[in-house]
Design a protein around this ligand. Structure first.
Ligand code: GLA
Length: 389
């Protein structure tokens, strides 16, 4: 049974003995370009996926949280006051963390009963965790009348609260792109997010107008941001900015890259810096092309982005490289890994007529390499979080 607002409401009633106050949903995201730029105050360009996480919620009189998910046998029941770094563990931390972060931001919150159901594949680099956080945050904001699930400015505040939940309670040191995508994207558009000042602009993104499709290739290779690699990349970027005496790598103009790299202490830090600075520039170039109606010309930027992540940032893996290479040799205009890296998904911009060929070539190449079968599917740019019922 695919997740839906009705089904999660029914599951809530079965689990807790009465109906939820409502159902809210938030989407997963896929980033078109601009990877590991968010925590460098840079630019990124995600779209919201048509795949969503649904949260059925009812507030409780006391301060107990009862958390359930149709994706997991784990159930949590705990006091709001017991929510802290690492507690509850697992997915419970993402849900309970939102309540903790709302409180941390000065809001009065209460206990709740929660049932989750999700269409967003877990561990695929498509931000199932941000979809979870944002669906819960939207529900709590509405039910407590916090006014944080309203216009874009309010949603920006709510996104920051969800980031705090993820960083502090779930202890994943991520940037802010995913939560902004889940709360601020618009259907048919990519979201240009400027992480220096939090401003966004909506960039039309409609591959079908060019007879193109955006194909997601979920490699099913292990994707875990908590294993320290993500944090290491973030630390290298912070160190580079420190050595340059800048608040962030965003301040390095791409035209000054060579002279800037000469100022850094070693080759690894130079490579990490080169990725971030060139990637931010690729986002700007992509947006300019999209605004000129030149989507097909974005392909080479996707390819350059992938090489930069593979060679300079060191976050690709064999499965992602095979997916990207096979897609581009079978007709994709461009392809790149997307998200945090070390597994998860790649995307390809493919002529719609060639989607089946590309998918089959990738499936065969994975089988030949002894990898698990990937899951390939085309997506359109969906809308952000909303109240369902
Ligand atoms: C993960 C993080 C984001 C971002 C991407 C890489 O998805 O959650 O904040 O850093 O990786 O672009």
């Amino acid at each position: 049974m695919p997740a839906s607002a009705d089904f999660v409401a029914q599951s809530f009633s079965e689990a807790f003995g009465s109906e939820p106050s409502g159902v809210w949903s938030a989407p997963g995201r896929v980033n078109l370009i601009g990877e590991h730029t968010d925590y460098n105050a840079g630019l990124c360009l995600p779209i919201a996926l048509p795949l969503r996480t649904y949260a059925a919620v009812r507030l409780r009189a006391g301060s107990v949280l009862r958390l359930r998910s149709l994706q997991s046998p784990e159930q949590y029941e705990l006091e709001l006051d017991d929510v802290r770094a690492g507690n509850p563990p697992g997915w419970g931390g993402y849900a309970a963390g939102v309540l903790w972060a709302l409180k941390d931001a000065g809001h009065e919150v209460s206990g709740l009963d929660l049932m989750l159901d999700s269409q967003v594949p877990l561990g695929a680099g498509l931000s199932s965790s941000a979809a979870l956080e944002c669906s819960v945050a939207a529900a709590v904001s509405d039910l407590l009348d916090l006014g944080l699930f309203g216009d874009d400015q309010a949603r920006a505040t709510l996104a920051a609260i969800c980031v705090n939940a993820e960083n502090t309670i779930a202890q994943a040191p991520t940037g802010g792109m995913d939560q902004s995508a889940a709360l601020r994207c618009r259907a048919g558009h990519a979201l240009l997010l400027d992480c220096r000042d939090g401003t966004v602009s909506q960039v039309p993104f409609d591959p079908s107008a060019h007879r193109l499709s955006l194909l997601i290739m979920n490699t099913r290779a292990n994707h875990a941001l908590g294993d320290g690699q993500y944090a290491q990349r973030r630390a290298s970027c912070d160190e580079a900015a420190r050595q340059l005496g800048l608040p962030s790598l965003r301040e390095v103009a791409v035209g000054d890259l060579d002279v800037t790299l000469d100022l850094l202490s070693d080759d690894e830090i130079r490579a990490r810096t080169r990725h971030v600075v060139t990637e931010i520039d690729r986002v700007s170039q992509t947006v300019a092309l999209l605004r000129e109606g030149r989507l097909p010309d974005v392909g080479p930027l996707f390819n350059a982005s992938h090489l930069s992540m593979r060679d300079d940032f060191g976050i690709s893996c064999a499965e992602l490289d095979v997916a990207v290479e096979v897609a581009t040799t079978h007709g994709a205009l461009g392809a790149r890994m997307t998200g945090g890296g070390f597994g998860g998904s790649a995307i390809a911009l493919v002529p719609t007529d060639s989607t089946a060929d590309v998918t089959s070539a990738v499936m065969h190449a994975f089988a030949d390499s002894g990898f698990s079968a990937p899951h390939c599917f085309a997506v359109t740019a969906g809308g952000s979080a909303q109240r369902e019922s």
